[in-house]
Design a protein around this ligand. Structure first.
Ligand code: M3L
Ligand code: AKG
Ligand code: FE2
Length: 400
């Protein structure tokens, strides 16, 4: 029987008749072959070779999935880890496996390819357009308009596409009230309540123990870096400003991170590997907070090294005590180099937020800051939960 399993199966798929866009008929022969090794199946399909483990194949059989609930329904722990097919064959564009006991599974080669490690490793999870000031301004992205935005799914979809690609997006002509800001935020997704409330409205009154509640300048940063899951999206609406200054600074952190990766891969890697602590400590009569978290400055997906999150907030960083002595100096140098990229004037986009203009900022990607100001300035906004925003985008067929 083992000999049978080790047998090499080679089958040539019948050539496919394909009609090209020009209307001509072309012949394309795909050659798919499989080989049953002792511990895995080797698939050669469309010039790609994949190694597929047997337990993985059994675990991903169609009987493992409930297509009504879209959940798995097979107890993975019930699969013999040493399972081997009784036989396997190529039938048209599918792999068909008979397991000991007679259960038959079938998988399309398309699905197997899409779910192979090497294919996923090649792909970007979240397609993006990296920007500096010129790139963003030359892209000339139109803001969504309140009226259409609140009614039209196409407008919302276009807004989300811009948001996904650039990490910022605007809605204009929004009534300058907290209620309308809440409505425009909820049109996108769910508001994330934090210690600052659900919707917040703040001014330079030090009502909370944080520099945001002053009229001082704020260097570029990400918010809530002291959460293990920093808030995904930040929404700002300037309801009123009678005074000078107070412009908002925006910097694409992914652009800076990629520059760092190009110029110094070692420094980039160090910032992905070393966890540091951030904290928010507030002790007043009305508020008591001691929030603390650890995480690296740059988070990358382990399988493709794509950056998916930046934590960068020098105000909220805690004492550095999570880095061994041998690495401290190198970590500071790496952090300095990232800061240099983030501070290049050509990477800074300055905008004056005005009543009516609501900005959505990807707080895992785009840093914000503010210029010092005079006079009464009132800003309102909220945070949104990232997973729900991405879920809405996927619902529109966007890659997120
Ligand atoms: C936005 N809002 C004014 C409510 C909060 C500001 C939080 C500021 C904090 N240092 C941080 O960066 O997370
Ligand atoms: O006042 C501003 O423009 C932004 C302040 C800030 O960084 C924040 O509220 O998170
Ligand atoms: Fe902030």
């Amino acid at each position: 029987m083992l000999g049978n399993i080790r047998r090499v199966l080679r089958m040539v798929k019948p050539s496919k008749m394909m009609t090209s866009a020009a209307g001509q008929t072309e012949k394309r022969a795909h050659c798919t072959s499989i080989q049953l090794l002792h511990d895995c199946l080797v698939v050669n399909h469309e010039e790609q070779q994949m190694h597929v483990s047997y337990v993985w194949l059994r675990d991903h059989c169609c009987d493992s999935y409930n297509s009504v609930t879209h959940q798995r329904s097979l107890d993975t722990a019930a699969i013999d880890l040493a399972i081997r097919p009784q036989s396997a064959s190529v039938e048209e564009d599918r792999l068909v496996i008979t397991w000991p006991g007679g259960h038959v599974s079938s998988y399309s080669f398309k699905w197997l390819t899409e779910n192979s490690y090497q294919e996923v490793k090649r792909k970007t999870v979240q397609p993006r357009i990296l920007w500096n000031k010129d790139v963003y301004e030359n892209a000339n992205i139109a803001s969504a308009k309140w009226d259409t935005f609140m009614k039209s799914d196409d407008e919302l979809k276009t807004f989300l596409q811009n948001y996904l690609l650039y990490g910022i997006a605007f809605v204009d002509d929004v009534p300058a009230t907290v209620e309308a800001t809440e409505a425009v935020s909820q049109r996108v997704s769910l508001i994330r309540e934090t210690t600052y409330g659900k919707m917040w409205c703040f001014t330079a009154d030090l009502s909370r123990g944080d520099t945001a509640y002053t009229n001082m300048a704020l260097d570029r940063h990400t918010d809530t870096s002291y959460f293990h899951e920093p808030c995904g999206i930040q929404v700002f609406h300037c309801l009123k400003h009678e005074g000078t200054g107070g412009r908002t600074l925006l910097v694409d952190g992914f652009y800076a991170a990629e520059k760092l990766r190009e110029r110094s891969p070692e420094n980039f890697e160090l910032l992905t590997r070393v966890p540091i602590r951030h904290e928010y400590i507030e002790v007043s009569e009305t508020h008591k907070n001691h929030i603390s978290s650890v995480g690296p400055v740059l988070s990358v997906y382990p399988w493709n090294r794509e950056v998916y999150q930046i934590r960068y907030n020098n105000y909220d960083r805690a004492a550095i005590n999570t880095i061994p002595h041998e690495l401290v100096q190198r970590w500071y140098a790496a952090h300095r180099q990232l800061t240099t990229e983030l501070r290049r004037p050509e990477n800074e986009l300055w905008v004056k937020l005005t009543p009516g203009m609501v900005i959505f900022i990807d707080n895992w990607r785009v840093m914000h800051g503010r210029e010092a100001f005079t006079g009464l300035r009132q800003l309102c906004g909220c945070y949104l939960t990232r997973d729900d925003v991405l879920s809405v985008a996927r619902g529109f067929g966007l890659k997120a």
